[in-house]
Design a binder for this molecule. Structure first.
Ligand code: UN1
Length: 509
């Protein structure tokens, strides 16, 4: 099956991981082997980029930008429309590859490709709406307005958990804005990146897009560091851990470049006494175990009103007993493996810390073994009763560990929801209008995303995506997130016959 998918996506044998478009450069860095967490089998070996390879890509991208920026934005949008069409054709294969290389359920693999298609559609419309404002000048015979110009190279550092969608949020917008892109995917999911590069290459070649508009640099952490320090890259968009984001943000900030950071979350759902408990169960369980708890939007904490705590946790425990864990390509299973053994160890370590800090488990965790679980990456989603103040609860563990805690008043629940270093996504389950509005008010959730009667994960691409505090402050995908990929220029034009100075300053001679 895997061979057929790889063939359909044009991936065969040992691959170079360095590309400037239809032309794949010989790579001189270390070999990165992609091994599936599903069955521990090798998918492909990819040769990574050396510093020289990287510099060659950047030089090609710089040249390509000089041409690409002259293409009218709607024409660039038309190319992105064709990428969306190509993704529709490849949805089945690419979705399966995402599921197999990353380990998320097949439904979520398809969902991720759908998210790519959606952002393409969004970017096509946007290509005719990259508008600025006009302002009234204080001087007669003057016109003042602003326009948005492309920045140049957009560096994209993406994480393993959304190996293709997050790249597409960035690249599709960057392209319609007139930028060129250099993508450094996670070294844990290089094969899905090769597949995306090939899909785009075919569309670009058919449209004679210059070499160097779509670039791929597969490599280890070094490649991310090269980008962060590189003054030739005005914008670095990075998705991943807070630790990584702090390093990228510091390096880019030090050279006064721009960074767009989308980092860790510690997302909570408040389950009110006025919640629809049936809906709440679905939202909480999908949020906590979807993608095996490896979304930045995964539900990590449930803050439950004391009056429904016992009833709700009893239903949660029952729901967890019905979860099927196993090969994510088998659509009967709800939960696939964690990405690798290091993630399993982090999961086990967190469980130990929960116990050491005083937590008690309502549903026990553990690593699964035996037939179907040979990769050693399948773990049991678990639930622990904790206090919000525990050090481990304040920390984002990328695994299906769900923390439950009680509250008495809404003010207390909102304070608990906010009392973590991260600020990505949040939700309240309530049918009480007053509670919902308080949660959404300026004194409510401090997160970039705040939902009512919806879980914390599964945001649509049409909204701006990102969060506050240690989540990094960036906004990607919908709304006006495109502005991050452009530079604003204010233009004042004098069509009068004199040169009056602003602020009424007299300067006669
Ligand atoms: C991520 O985990 O980095 O909102 C992105 C969601 C998805 C994107 C998650 N649309 O869960």
């Amino acid at each position: 099956m895997v061979e057929d998918i790889l063939k359909a996506l044009g991936i065969q044998g040992e691959q170079s991981g360095v590309s400037t478009g239809a032309y794949w450069l010989p790579a001189h860095g270390a070999i990165i082997t992609s091994v599936s967490p599903v069955d521990d089998k090798k998918i492909a070996a990819v040769k990574g980029a050396s510093r020289e390879d990287y510099d060659q890509v950047v030089a090609t991208a710089q040249e390509a930008f000089k041409e690409w920026r002259h293409w009218p934005a709607p024409k660039r949008g038309e190319i992105v429309r064709q990428i969306g069409e190509a993704l529709r054709q490849h949805k089945e294969h690419l979705g399966k590859l995402v599921s197999y290389e990353m380990g998320k359920s097949l439904q979520e693999g398809y969902g991720e490709v759908q998210e790519m298609i959606d952002i393409c559609d969004f970017a096509v419309g946007l290509s005719r709406q990259l508008h600025g404002l006009t302002m009234h000048s204080e001087r007669p015979g003057h016109r003042m307005y602003e326009q948005w110009h492309p920045l140049g190279i957009t560096g994209i550092i993406s994480a393993f958990n959304f190996p293709v969608a997050v790249w597409s949020w960035n690249s599709m917008l960057a392209w319609v804005c007139g930028n060129v892109c250099i993508w450094k995917p996670s070294e844990k999911t290089p094969v899905t990146a090769l597949a995306c590069q090939r899909i785009v290459d075919t569309v670009f070649a058919a449209n004679k897009v210059p070499e160097g508009v779509c670039n791929l640099v597969i490599g280890d952490r070094d490649a991310g560091e090269w980008m962060s320090h590189d003054t030739r890259i005005p914008l670095v968009s990075a998705t991943g851990s807070t630790r990584m984001g702090k390093a990228v943000g510091a390096a880019v900030g030090q050279r006064l470049g721009r960074s767009l950071l989308e980092l860790g979350g510690n997302n909570a759902i408040i389950i009110s006494q006025d919640a629809d408990l049936d809906m709440s169960i679905i939202g909480a369980v999908f949020g906590a175990v979807g993608t095996a708890g490896q979304r930045c939007t995964s539900t990590r904490r449930l803050i439950i009103h004391e009056s429904v705590y016992d009833a709700f946790t009893a239903r949660l425990v029952k729901a967890y007993s019905q979860l099927r864990i196993g090969n994510p390509l088998d659509q009967h299973n709800h939960v696939g493996p964690l990405i690798d053994k290091a993630a399993v160890n982090a999961y086990l370590d967190s469980i130990e810390q929960v116990k050491a800090q005083g937590g008690s488990f309502l549903v026990e965790g553990g690593v699964l073994s035996g037939a179907g679980y040979e990769s050693g990456c399948y773990v049991k989603p678990c639930i622990a009763a904790v206090e919000n103040t525990y050090a481990i609860v304040q920390h984002e563990t990328f695994a299906p560990i769900l923390y439950v805690m009680k509250y008495k008043t809404l003010a207390e629940a909102i304070a608990m929801q906010n009392d973590v270093p991260q600020g990505l996504s949040s939700a309240i389950m309530t049918l009480n209008l007053r509670e919902a509005e308080q949660f959404l008010s300026h004194a409510g959730s401090d997160c970039g995303i705040a939902n009512v009667n919806i879980g914390t994960s599964g945001a649509e691409i049409g909204g701006a995506f990102g969060g506050e505090k240690e989540t990094g402050g960036g906004r990607e995908s919908g709304s006006d997130a495109w502005r991050a990929y452009m530079r604003r220029q204010t233009n004042t034009i004098n069509y009068s016959t004199s040169l009056p100075l602003a602020q009424g300053i007299k300067f006669d001679f």
